[in-house]
Design a protein around this ligand. Structure first.
Ligand SMILES: Nc1ncnc2c1ncn2[C@@H]1O[C@H](COP(=O)(O)OP(=O)(O)OP(=O)(O)O)[C@@H](O)[C@H]1O
Ligand SMILES: [Mg+2]
Length: 563
């Protein structure tokens, strides 16, 4: 009877001792929560007071899980760029620090997905099952971690692969007026990476939703989504969201690059990005500069494009090739943003609306386009013919304006023009039909061997197709040598040229009329010939017309500017 209370007593003692011991060791899990107050909300930005500890570019959280980035950090007020629906925010709302910077989900799970820069799915296929995240702003690779650009990135577009080659790790700007085929070039480049072990990231910035839907549909239909990630900020998204999109896309691409993969990223387009940033800066009352852009507009693009590189072996040897797109107005490539981007990148592909109207597609103006590092990376088989081709094409472009004024042209000039027209015809290419390397080499060798010259212009499309189809009959051991750094032997060249010659046989105008070494069949030339040789006196009146096409041409120096 006595034992029971004692037991009870000791049980109580033990329990209370345990409790007091627990109390002693317990430290309440207080997490300091810094909270500020919204002072004002405007389109895409908010002014907040009372967050003294907030860091530059720190993420802050508003009610309704709207996120923002601290952009202007002043002593008593911070300017926040809003990244979501800000319609329900009010002055007086609570703002909370998060203590971290903006980051984005990365990983293999993203392949085939269409997401916004916050990682939310836009394709209706459920949440993105990625566990890794990377900050959207990351330092670019150090100089010692970089390797020279040495491997070509084939776009499948002959005019680019032959004349303005792009290397893996290069940054090549695509610029041109509205509706000149800029997106088409980028898409063709993505489609051509099929089976080439290259990951692609297409970053749509501030475009019309219908244009983005078209791109997604095209990529899906052509089977490119298996190796592609699409990051989208639509035209009606908050300017803050538009602003962070290319950085988020770059981090997604960098993840693959750091795993040793080759990655291609397309920014479509950075004009919209610059405009979104200008909008934010003006709203935040930062001082406007040229064309009302803020002073750091160059820096926001250069720090993004510097992240494109070819990593050295020690860092895995991956590469990130960037194709930023810029829209020009009235063909003005010397406007502020285009010149900024031209100086940041390693070359540019200029698309001319006049060529587009003439039906020369892709409308690449070779005279104003250049690749400053790609030449080093180009396969030797291309390099052997590219020089001659460029020269012949440049001469043709200069003389073409002459020919337009009709009149007197001597035999040599006429030959150059006729040859140039055939080069142009061979470089034409419809959308979504990449040309394989053997087919490209065969056409280029046939061009440099003047095999196309006797073919009437109106038959050039069929002739080109016949040669490309004939390229499939090239012996495998020969075509294997096209994609190596070794020069093509004379014998290989002969084999290829013979195949092209056979393919072109049905397109010769009148086989019985003349032997094959007088190619200029008269019916192909429409220019009137006169014996008088006064062409030297001509240049002056034409000077203007020529200048129009040429003044801004970047010198085609193949200098190594990029590490
Ligand atoms: N090589 C080509 N062959 C035939 N059509 C083409 C070719 N390239 C582009 N196009 C057509 O030209 C039009 C404009 O192309 P695209 O949308 O790529 O131009 P853009 O410069 O990106 O336009 P935007 O300024 O609106 O972004 C499209 O209808 C496209 O189908
Ligand atoms: Mg476009």
């Amino acid at each position: 009877m006595n034992a029971a209370p004692e037991n009870l007593q000791s049980l109580f003692d033990r329990t209370f001792a345990g409790i007091s011991q627990g109390l002693e060791t317990f430290t309440p899990p207080f997490t300091p929560r810094e909270v500020g107050t919204v002072v004002s909300v405007a389109t895409g930005i908010a002014k907040v007071s009372g967050l003294p500890g907030v860091g530059f570019e720190e993420l802050v959280r508003f009610p309704g899980d709207v996120l923002g980035i601290a952009f202007n950090v002043d002593e008593d007020e911070i300017g926040v760029v809003l990244l979501g629906a800000y319609q329900d925010l009010h002055a007086g709302d609570e703002v909370e620090r998060t203590g971290r910077v903006m980051d984005v989900a990365v990983g293999d799970e993203l392949l085939g997905r269409v997401i916004d820069p916050l990682g939310r799915p836009l394709d209706g296929n459920g949440p993105v099952a990625s566990t890794r995240r990377l900050p959207i702003e990351r330092p670019a690779a150090a100089i010692m971690d970089r390797a020279p650009v040495s491997v070509p990135l084939q776009t499948g577009l002959m005019v680019i692969d032959a004349l303005i080659p792009i290397g893996r790790g290069q940054r090549e700007l695509i610029l041109g007026d509205r509706q000149t085929g800029k997106t088409a070039i980028a898409l063709d480049s993505i489609l051509n990476q099929r089976g080439k072990n290259v990951i692609c990231v297409y970053c749509a910035i501030g475009q019309r939703a219908s244009a983005v839907a078209k791109v997604v549909a095209n990529l899906r239909e052509k089977g490119a989504m298996d190796y592609t990630v699409i990051v989208v900020a639509e035209g009606n998204d908050a300017p803050g969201l538009t602003y962070i999109t290319p950085y988020a896309a770059t981090s997604i691409a960098e993840y693959f690059m750091e795993k040793g993969r080759d990655v291609l990223i397309v920014y479509d387009n950075l004009t919209q990005h610059a405009e979104a940033y200008r909008e934010l800066s003006l709203l935040l009352r930062r001082p406007p500069g040229r064309e009302a852009f803020p002073g750091d507009i160059f820096y926001i693009h250069s720090r993004m494009l510097e992240r494109a590189t070819h990593l050295c072996k020690k860092r895995g040897g991956g590469s990130l090739t960037a194709l930023p797109i810029i829209e020009t107005e009235a063909q003005d490539i010397s406007a502020y943003i285009p010149t900024n981007l031209i100086s940041i990148t390693d070359g540019q592909i200029y698309l001319s609306p006049s060529l587009f109207e003439l039906g020369v597609l892709p409308a690449v103006d070779v005279g104003k386009s250049v690749s400053r590092v790609g030449g080093e990376a180009q396969w030797a088989a291309y390099r052997a013919v590219a020089g001659d081709l460029k020269l012949a094409y440049a001469q043709f472009e200069e003389l073409e304006t002459f020919a337009r004024f009709g009149a007197r042209l001597d035999d040599d000039t006429r030959k150059i023009i006729e040859h140039g027209r055939r080069i142009r015809a061979c470089l034409k290419q419809p959308e979504f039909s990449p040309v394989t390397v053997p087919a490209q080499i065969t056409v280029l060798l046939a061009l440099t061997a003047n095999l196309f010259d006797p073919v009437p212009l109106e038959k050039m499309t069929d002739a080109g197709r016949a040669v490309r189809e004939a390229a499939t009959t090239i012996p495998a051991e020969v075509s294997a040598r096209f994609e190596t750094a070794a020069k093509l032997s004379d014998e290989d060249k002969k084999t290829v040229v013979e195949i092209a010659r056979k393919a072109l046989a049905p397109f010769q105008p009148k086989p019985e009329a003349k032997p094959e070494n007088t190619p200029e069949a008269k019916e192909t030339t429409k220019v009137e010939l006169k014996p008088e040789k006064k062409s030297e006196a001509k240049p002056d009146p034409d000077g203007k017309a020529k200048a129009e096409g040429k003044t801004d041409a970047k010198p085609k120096v193949e200098s190594k500017e990029k590490q």
